[in-house]
Design a protein around this ligand. Structure first.
Ligand code: ADP
Ligand code: ASP
Ligand code: MG
Length: 448
């Protein structure tokens, strides 16, 4: 049988220290089909770099730089070829320091350049860990040679056509007998400027790599043993899911399950690539297979929670018996690149939810200028600190008798907006942030 191509991605906690990296190396070693290894920055490093971008005082900058230097040198100290690895890491950290010390203003381009060092450093160290562990050639690959993106710093969009061409020349001819270690999260524009795909974006990078090389399997190794029926940090009795469909997994991630970046399923669906989610700490435990179709199709498979949602309600008598109002409203939002999630309308008002976590980090997600523009043709009301809860499953739009039990479970909770019927895979609603976790726990207890 010809070799399969598997792309394996290891997240931040899987890269946390030498022991964690070594566990990942053993996972790679156990299966010669794992040929492209995509890694995140070591845990906490992207947060440190984000803080670094925001500080102005040189002493504070030095203090953070030292923290970054020490935590990575400490991992290198456990390597056989520690001096060589340390030299490579020191070079990267010196480059980062020069950039940070000489910076005047934190532009979004500068932010992405700084953030990219997290993955550049971790992948450099992991390539040494892997070389010392497996018997075949390990190539360190700069992901930016492959992942071409647009200019949207902080949440850049990969250009799959160019990426496929790059993979064809840089990766595919060299897959036999070697294994590539590369970075998640980072890319580069056509003109060579570094970009990032957004927080948690390494999953998406790995999926894009998988699509570009026509991989057979995409593996996401993380700190939970599987995709669960709800975030196990919130619902203690959440259960691991053995199999879930692409569509359900896509909805689950879009509606807040951090275990997968929301865009991860898009390349997997395009090329019908099966996705496996497992724990790098307990790789022997069964994980989750995500595939086109599953044998079982329960109406409610999982419950997700997305915090920090804003509800924007616009009201105008102009809507009565007129056309064009919605087009005008969405034009304003689209001109400002504000993406809308849920929408409900009545005769004279429209409510829509906006994800405060989305958009470019550091930029106001709903600028005052947008509100002023909207106020020229309608009244605007904004409610913040809401959470979006989604029931994810199958045929939810045609399952009768579902909403009664769901909403009776929510007795005493003020449900602000409900969306049911647009998707066969979700039923979602907004509640205030304070009661959200309790609501998820109650629903899980009742339905799963
Ligand atoms: P990594 O660093 O490996 O990318 P993340 O922290 O991004 O890992 O994602 C894993 C986390 O996702 C888990 O620790 C868990 O708290 C959270 N999570 C949220 N929803 C779910 C879910 N339905 N199933 C599993 N994990 C979930
Ligand atoms: N290192 C990046 C982050 O922490 C990307 C990732 O881990 O997926 O968001
Ligand atoms: Mg993640």
């Amino acid at each position: 049988m010809p070799d399969l191509i598997k792309v394996a991605k290891f997240g931040g906690t899987s890269m946390a220290n030498y022991e964690a990296m070594n566990r990942c190396a053993n996972i790679v070693k156990s299966d010669s089909d794992k040929k492209i290894i995509v890694v995140s920055a070591t845990s906490g490093t992207t947060n440190l770099l984000t803080t670094l971008i925001g500080v102005k005082n040189p002493d504070d900058k030095h203090q953070i730089m030292n923290q970054i230097r020490e935590k990575h040198y400490e991992i290198c100290d456990s390597l056989k070829y520690k001096e060589e690895a340390k030299r490579r890491v020191a070079q990267l950290i010196d480059d980062l320091e020069k950039k940070v010390i000489s910076s005047k203003a934190a532009t979004s381009q500068y932010s992405d350049e700084v953030l990219s060092f997290g993955e550049l450093i971790s992948s450099t160290i992991f390539s040494y860990v892997l070389r010392e562990s497996i018997g075949k050639k390990v190539e360190w690959l700069d992901a930016r040679e492959i992942i071409q993106t647009d200019h949207n710093h902080g949440s850049a969009e990969p250009d799959i056509e160019s990426i496929e061409k790059n993979a064809e020349t840089v990766i595919l001819p060299h897959l036999k007998g070697s294994c590539f270690v590369t970075q998640g999260f980072i890319g580069r524009t056509k003109s060579g400027v570094t970009t990032t795909l957004g927080r948690g974006g390494s999953d998406y990078s790995a999926a894009v790599f998988a699509e570009a090389v026509n991989a057979d399997v995409l593996e996401i190794w993380t700190d939970v043993t599987a995709v669960y029926t709800s975030d196990p940090r919130i619902v203690k009795k959440a259960k691991p899911i053995t199999e879930i469909s692409f569509n359900e997994a896509a909805e689950l991630s879009v509606f807040g399950a951090k275990v997968l970046h929301p865009a991860t399923m898009v390349p997997a669906i395009r090329k019908n690539i099966r996705v496996y989610v497992g724990s790098s700490m307990e790789p022997h435990l069964p994980g989750t297979w995500i595939m086109k179709n599953t044998k079982e199709k329960p109406p409610i498979r999982a419950i997700s929670l997305r915090k920090n949602q804003t509800l924007l309600t616009v009201h105008s008598l102009d809507m009565l018996y007129r056309h064009g109002f919605l087009a005008r409203l969405f034009k304003v939002l689209s001109n400002h690149k504000i993406s809308v999630d849920l929408v409900t309308t009545s005769e004279v008002s429209v409510s829509l939810t906006l994800d405060t976590n989305a958009g470019t980090p550091g930029k106001d997600f709903l600028p005052k200028s947008v509100i002023s523009e909207l106020k020229t043709f309608c009244e605007v009301e904004i409610e913040e600190n809401l959470s979006l809860i989604a029931l994810i499953g199958n045929n939810l739009h045609t399952t009768s008798g579902l909403s009664g039990p769901v909403f009776s479970t929510l007795e005493g909770i003020n449900v602000r907006l409900i969306c049911h019927g647009a998707s066969s895979h979700n039923l979602c609603f907004l509640v205030d942030q304070q009661s959200a976790e309790k609501v998820v726990q109650k629903l899980h207890e009742r339905f799963i």
